[in-house]
Design a protein around this ligand. Sequence first.
Ligand SMILES: [Zn+2]
Length: 114
Amino acid sequence: MKLLFCEDCWDVFKLDTEVRKCKCGKVSGRYLRDETNAEVNGKGISLAIGNGSLYDAIGKMKVVASPDRDFFLENTTVVCWVRPNEGPGNPHTRVSKNIDADHKCHQWPTDRLF
Ligand SMILES: [Zn+2]
């Protein structure tokens, strides 16, 4: 699962096929139609959560009989990688300087809502 982190507002958000932005608006990105490749505006930090480790941790959390902090610290760790926004370290993501401009073109014109 691809996520973006904004160093300014500390927002972390999951990419979707619609362009998403952090709370302050500096960082944006989206999955392409294949939902494997993505494009980002290059202003944030790319993160990836290992889907298998997330599902495994959720499964353990749901079945534990008497949860205590130590159980979760030892058994529900999720793998997360910090990666560059493109290149060999993140081969399915590319930086697109036009993503923010393209997104504005697709926004619903708010002056026509009322
Ligand atoms: Zn931000």
